[in-house]
Design a protein around this ligand. Structure first.
Ligand code: ADP
Ligand code: MG
Length: 231
C-alpha cells in the first residue's frame, strides 16, 4: 500500500517573544493511501501544528515530512499553494463556507477558483457531490439557512470537489453535537470508500476518536500512542 504521509523526527518550534514553544517534538509516523486517520489529544498537544504542516500551511523546524512523495520543506509559498490546489482538500471546525453563496456555489467554488474546470464538468461534479453528501434538495440554500451538520456536509463536498488525494480536517466536529459529529465522520468514511480519498482529522473528543481506523495520540507535542490497525 502506498504511503501518502511520512514524518521522520518531525519537529516544530514556534518563537513566542523570548521563548521557544516546542509544539511538535520529534514525531515519526506513516499514513497509507485510503486510510481514515485521527490525531487525538488535548488542547495544545500539537494537532493543529501537525495538520498545518501536512497541509503545507507551515514548515517543519527539523526532521522531514513527505506528503505524496514531496518533501514539503522544499516548497516555497507559491509552490506550496499549487501543491495544495492540486492535491489537498480542507475541512474546518467552523465550516468556512462563503455566506453569500448557495450550497451548490460553495462546492463549485474551488472548481472555478482553484482549478479551472469547464462548465459542464463542473455541473456534473457538483451534482454528484451534493447527492453523495445527501444535500441534493438543499442545493439552493445559503449557509445561514442550513444547520451546523448540513453546513459541514457542504464543507465535506467542497473539500472533495477537486478530487484531492488527501483531505485534512482540523477538529471538523468540534462545533457539532455528538450525534451530528458521528454522522459527519460516517459521511467522511463513506466518501473515503466511494472516492478512495485519504482522510486525516483531528479531535480532542474521546467519544469521536473511535470512528477513526488509526489513531495517533499526541501529548505535549509527542506521539505517545498509535492505535488501531494500519489500513
Ligand atoms: P492543538 O491543535 O492540539 O490544540 P496546537 O498545535 O494549536 O495544539 O498548539 C501546540 C502548541 O504550540 C501549544 O502550546 C500552542 O500554544 C503553541 N502554538 C501554536 N501555534 C503557535 C504560534 N503560531 N506561535 C506560538 N505558539 C504556538
Ligand atoms: Mg487545534
Amino acid at each position: 500500500m502506498a504511503t501518502v504521509v511520512q514524518a521522520q523526527r518531525l519537529e516544530k518550534t514556534y518563537r513566542a517573544g523570548d521563548v521557544d514553544v516546542l509544539a511538535v517534538r520529534g514525531v515519526d509516523f506513516a499514513i497509507d493511501a485510503g486510510a481514515f486517520v485521527a490525531f487525538v489529544g488535548p488542547s495544545g498537544s500539537g494537532k493543529t501544528t501537525l495538520l498545518n504542516m501536512i497541509g503545507c500551511l507551515d514548515k517543519p523546524s527539523a526532521g522531514t515530512l513527505r506528503v505524496l512523495d514531496t518533501d514539503i520543506a522544499t516548497l516555497d509559498r507559491s509552490a506550496a499553494a499549487d501543491f495544495r490546489g492540486a492535491n489537498l482538500g480542507f475541512i474546518f471546525q467552523d465550516f468556512n463556507l462563503i455566506p453569500v453563496l448557495t450550497a451548490y456555489e460553495n462546492i463549485e467554488y474551488p472548481l472555478l477558483m482553484v482549478q479551472d474546470w469547464p462548465a459542464d464538468k463542473r455541473r456534473a461534479r457538483v451534482t454528484e457531490l451534493l447527492a453523495a453528501v445527501g444535500m441534493a434538495d438543499q442545493a439552493g440554500k445559503r449557509p445561514d439557512q442550513l444547520s451546523g451538520g448540513q453546513k459541514q456536509r457542504v464543507a465535506v463536498a467542497r473539500a472533495l470537489a477537486t478530487q484531492p488525494k488527501l483531505v485534512l480536517a482540523d477538529e471538523p466536529t468540534a462545533n457539532l453535537d455528538h450525534a451530528t459529529a458521528y454522522h459527519i465522520l460516517e459521511l467522511m468514511k463513506k466518501m473515503r470508500d466511494e472516492f478512495g480519498t485519504t482522510f486525516i482529522f483531528s479531535t480532542h473528543d474521546p467519544k469521536i476518536m473511535g470512528e477513526a481506523e488509526v489513531t495517533f495520540t499526541l501529548e505535549d507535542g509527542r506521539l505517545v500512542n498509535i492505535g488501531g490497525a494500519r489500513a
